[in-house]
Write a protein that binds this ligand. Structure first.
Ligand SMILES: Nc1nc2c(c(=O)[nH]1)N[C@H]1C(S)=C(S)[C@@H](COP(=O)(O)OP(=O)(O)OC[C@H]3O[C@@H](n4cnc5c(=O)[nH]c(N)nc54)[C@H](O)[C@@H]3O)O[C@H]1N2
Ligand SMILES: Nc1nc2c(c(=O)[nH]1)N[C@H]1C(S)=C(S)[C@@H](COP(=O)(O)OP(=O)(O)OC[C@H]3O[C@@H](n4cnc5c(=O)[nH]c(N)nc54)[C@H](O)[C@@H]3O)O[C@H]1N2
Ligand SMILES: [Mo]
Length: 759
């Protein structure tokens, strides 16, 4: 890490040489043998290779020779890392000592190599045999009330592992299956079905070739789904306008030194998208009025609206009733700008809309998603070529996990099928989602936490309160590849179980195993690891789940042992559970480009209550869930270019020009002056959530940045202690991490940590 941080605007392209250089610098620091790195990267996102462990963006059927991006390669190297963390590491570091380490230093020590149990006397993790670990977990789980146990999943586990995990939870007796989706695209999973009757996006890769216009809302493509730049670049070269709506300009979406991909940028206030979208829709409606008056071609797709939708009149009435003043004030954008964006949209025959966390992680996140649908429905942009809505998913298999039953909502689980196939009475009470699980840990009603991957304590809201309460848990079981803070903040009985990574060869009784994942376009792919495992003592995720199941559950109908011996049998079970989605699963999974799941909305069949696509009328245009006040700022927490969620690769946010530290707060010059601050000064952020609980993150350096007045930016997860668990999206319960109410304390009381520090 650089000792003195630097802050310089970045002016170079997002792809190209900048990223290649950054990659090699990264690779050499990671102790990955060069030949093996190249050999693996050739297999990256290929039909006979493995699926990238980073984001969930689509894998084309005609891949580039190297179908990877800078961040996918980083994630690959991170897993191939030759560093090892085993019993000897823990022999030289107590858990109390490790709790003082920053996230970066924990993970960079390398791969976990053997099963471990926490030993209170020495305050260390010590080795335990696999069979003993399973027996201990089984004893503990059998002694607990099933409703007090949480089974969390981070979105990386394969369909096979996820199906087994969800079944384990239900056989044990609960639907407490929160996953990272609860912090991510759950607003999509709640909003899209209400509007268009499917929980996932309707766009496929081939639509990029047919589209005439692309709208991007609240996503940072260059960092978080960089391979999508290929499709955007190709569209841009065809002259397709790409409009970006974001409080901060996502690094000029550029791949060559001169080609700018995004054609126009609209700086919306954080939480201002409902107003922005109401404005775009109002502008369309007014343009349509004028067209009708002048006898020109209509702007609205009236035939589509009449045949396929419901509720348009009420929505149109709400657009007419909303004044431009309110729209301008809430969105931060002038009417002329909105008219201009609407006219670009109105000229396009087919339009696609992409969106990310800037939409879902708000108090009104579900409303945001539904307003995006309104915009598309007005011009019939769902269910035809070159058109559609595309929630850009985060974790590489977060979408697939939901498809195969990892959900706390019983109405989404195949309860009847499970009953029939495994002859048991599945629990019918809805389980805990992430927010409810956090509350349960804090109030003591949750007694045990099993984590299939992830870093829950760091990723979830209210970090400090959660950490304190976490130590009172009776049992924590963490299945992981690398050490993170959630393993160190632990329950009374704590186990750390190391698993194979996706790039590693998974040898079972019937031979080497294949697993599958679903990408953001609902296509399912096989993934096959060939790298020699980091340690002979690792087990695969399916084998660990089966081990826990066999030690915990009565003997039943599930052939756990046979499933582990041959994952093809798990796929047969998935196919039997979801015959429409997974027909001929094991054969089709090797299809280049993956096999698509059928999606009713793509064929203009609407599985909503009315049988039509539903227009939605927003009640309110401020999406933040709180009122403005003189001292109150809207804090956006997001990712740097040098991290994957809580995994910190380094201290180099190349595109924002921030190097050497993550302890920064970005604000516009006007706010810096208004608050009488200086650039470079250390400040503290204090939560302004009105519940009387003090929340604070101290010692952040002020960086001047082009963001709207009243909106500031900090990094996730460092700022998570500022987020109340009560501040979340209505209905979807996604923590509202893109508008946290905060105040600034100019005189920092923190002991000036220039570099990173644990929470
Ligand atoms: N390299 C890398 N890749 C990743 C990840 C990673 O950490 N690193 N994480 C993965 C995961 S799990 C996910 S979910 C995705 C996340 O990918 P993104 O959805 O791109 O997530 P964020 O970085 O949180 O940034 C969200 C964007 O929303 C903008 N924004 C914030 N508030 C608002 C608002 O009110 N309105 C609008 N219109 N925009 C707003 C921010 O300025 C930012 O550009 O990426 C996945 N891919
Ligand atoms: N303030 C704020 N908070 C946020 C967000 C935000 O934008 N702002 N974003 C939210 C979002 S979108 C998400 S998705 C969540 C992410 O929350 P999580 O999914 O819980 O967190 P990750 O950081 O992805 O988990 C990283 C850990 O996963 C483990 N791991 C890696 N690979 C594997 C594997 O193959 N198998 C297993 N078993 N373990 C593995 C490693 O031990 C690593 O330390 O965070 C959310 N929290
Ligand atoms: Mo995510």
């Amino acid at each position: 890490m650089a000792s003195s941080p630097t802050f310089k605007p970045y002016r170079r392209p997002a792809g190209g040489w900048g990223s290649v250089r950054s990659l090699f610098r990264f690779g050499t620091g990671r102790h990955v043998p060069e030949l093996e790195a190249v050999r693996q990267l050739r297999r990256h996102n290929k039909a006979d290779g493995y699926m990238c462990v980073s984001c969930a963006w689509a894998k084309p059927k005609d891949p580039h020779r190297f179908e990877f991006c800078e961040n996918g390669a980083k994630a690959t190297f991170w897993e191939l890392d030759q560093g090892r963390v085993g019993a000897d590491f823990f022999a030289s570091h107590t858990v109390s000592e490790l709790l003082q380490w920053p996230d970066f230093d924990l993970e960079r020590r390398g791969r976990l190599t053997e099963p471990l149990r926490y030993d209170h006397d020495s305050d260390r993790y010590v080795p335990i045999r696999w069979d003993e670990a399973f027996a201990l977990i089984g004893r503990e789980l059998r002694a607990l009330d099933p409703e007090s146990v949480v089974f969390y999943t981070s979105g990386r586990a394969s369909n096979e592992a996820s199906y087994m995990y969800a079944l384990l939870a239900r056989l044990y007796g609960n639907n407490n299956l929160p996953d990272s989706s609860n912090m991510c695209h759950e607003s999509t999973s709640v909003g899209l079905p209400r509007s268009i009757g499917v929980p996932v996006g309707t766009v496929r890769l081939e639509d990029f070739e047919e589209t005439d216009c692309i709208l991007s809302f609240g996503q940072n493509v260059g960092t978080n789904s960089p391979r999508m730049l290929h499709q955007l670049q190709e569209a841009s070269e065809r002259g397709v306008p790409i409009l970006t709506f974001n409080p901060q300009e996502p690094v000029p979406m550029v791949t060559g030194s001169s080609t700018r991909i995004s054609s126009d940028y609209y700086q919306v206030k954080a939480g201002g998208d409902l107003a922005l979208l109401q404005g775009l829709c109002k502008a369309l409606l007014e343009a349509d009025d004028a067209a009708l008056r002048d006898g020109r071609e209509r702007i609205l797709d009236t035939a589509f609206i009449a045949e396929h939708t419901h509720g348009f009149d009420a929505f149109a009435a709400s657009l007419r009733a909303t004044g431009w003043d309110e729209i301008e004030h809430e969105s931060g954008l002038a009417r002329e700008r909105l008219d201009q964006a609407a006219s670009v949209y109105a000229r396009a025959r087919s339009c696609m809309l992409l969106y990310g966390m800037g939409m879902t992680q708000h108090h009104r996140g579900v409303d945001n998603v539904r307003m995006l649908c309104n915009l598309m429905l007005m011009r019939g942009n769902i269910g035809r070529k070159g058109a559609g809505i595309c929630p850009v998913r985060g974790h590489s298999n977060v979408q697939g996990q939901r498809t195969v039953g990892v959900t706390e909502k019983t109405e989404l689980a195949p309860i009847d099928k499970l009953k029939e196939l495994y002859r048991f009475e599945p629990p019918c009470k809805n389980g805990l989602d992430t927010v409810e699980a956090v509350k349960g840990v804090i109030d003591g009603s949750v007694r045990a936490f099993v984590g299939l991957g992830g870093n829950f304590v760091r990723a979830a809201p209210d970090t400090r309160r959660l950490e304190q309460a976490w130590r009172r848990l009776r049992l924590t079981v963490q299945v992981a590849t690398k050490l993170n803070r959630s393993h160190l903040v632990r329950g009374q009985v704590a186990l750390l179980l190391p698993c194979l990574g996706r790039l590693e060869r998974d040898r079972q009784a019937s031979g080497d195993q294949i697993v599958t994942m679903e990408d953001s376009t609902a296509c399912i792919h096989a993934s096959f690891g060939t790298h020699e495992p980091a340690s002979p003592d690792l087990m695969s995720e399916p084998a660990i789940i089966a081990g826990i199941a066999q030690a915990t559950l009565e003997r039943g109908e599930v052939p756990w042992r046979e499933w582990v011996a041959d994952y093809g049998k798990v796929r047969e079970a998935i196919e039997a559970t979801y015959p429409d989605d997974f027909k001929d699963y094991s054969r089709r999974m090797r299809q280049p480009g993956g096999f698509p799941r059928p999606l009713a909305a793509r064929e203009r069949r609407w599985s909503t209550e009315s049988g039509k696509a539903e227009f939605f009328v927003p009640e309110i245009l401020n999406g933040t869930g709180f009122e403005d006040a003189e001292h109150r700022l809207r804090l956006i927490t997001l990712r740097s270019n040098d991290q994957f969620n809580t995994t910190i690769y380094g201290y180099r946010d190349r595109f924002r020009g921030i190097e050497g530290t993550r302890r920064v707060v970005l604000m516009c010059k006007r706010d810096i002056e208004r608050l009488r601050l200086q650039e470079g000064q250390l400040v503290d952020l204090l939560s302004d959530h009105e519940d009387g609980i003090e929340r604070e993150v101290g010692g952040l350096r002020v960086v001047s940045y082009d963001v709207p007045p009243g909106c500031i930016v900090g990094y996730y997860p460092e700022c998570n202690p500022l987020l109340s668990v009560e501040h979340h999206a209505i209905d979807s319960h996604v923590p509202a991490t893109k508008s946290i109410p905060v105040r600034v304390r100019g005189e920092s009381r923190a002991q000036a940590p220039a570099g990173p520090a644990p929470v």
